[in-house]
Design a protein around this ligand. Structure first.
Ligand code: CUA
Length: 163
């Protein structure tokens, strides 16, 4: 049924796949929209910038660790480096809200906290941050999720939540 005035002929199979491609784009766009608006999934945006070669001058990362800012409210400043986290272990009481601030002093690392929705990319020069409420006592391991060299698999630490 080719129309003589049609300037472009599209093969039926090709036409099908063009339509499928457009539908897939629409589905992906919808999925991203739902993830962002309904489930709070978002691209981790850096909350601050620091000089990775001089964390001493950064103030907050000069002495990494846990700081109590109010009863059961903490800020945890953690420095990632090949191949460890500093500090490696923090302890908080159950029911605490901990806001993590993580940066790297050398290469790109990851920070994934088990049994929570925290999974951040840690880029030198940037500070990544997310908050978690720890309701259940227990141990929550955090691990590096970005390959950062030979001992990447040994790069981990833990949050201990005590009753
Ligand atoms: Cu740090 Cu992998």
């Amino acid at each position: 049924m080719a129309n003589k005035h049609e300037s472009m002929h599209i093969d039926p199979y090709e036409k099908t796949w063009i339509i499928v491609s457009i539908l897939m784009l629409a589905v992906f766009f919808g999925a991203i929209t739902v993830a962002g608006l309904s489930f709070g999934v978002r691209v981790p945006d850096p909350v601050a910038r620091v000089n990775p070669t001089d964390l001493q001058a950064s103030g907050t990362f000069a002495e990494p660790g846990l700081k109590e800012v109010a009863p059961k409210r903490y800020e945890a400043y953690i420095v990632a480096q090949t191949w460890s986290f500093n500090p490696r272990e923090i302890t908080v009481p159950a029911g605490s809200i901990v806001k993590f601030y993580v940066t790297s002093r050398d290469v790109q690392h990851g920070f994934k906290l088990q049994n929570t929705n925290v999974n951040m990319q840690i880029v030198p020069g940037q500070v990544s941050s997310l908050a978690v409420k720890f309701d259940e006592p227990g141990e929550y391991d955090f691990i590096c999720t970005e390959y950062c060299g030979i001992a990447h698999a040994t790069m981990y630490g833990k949050v201990i939540v005590v009753p």
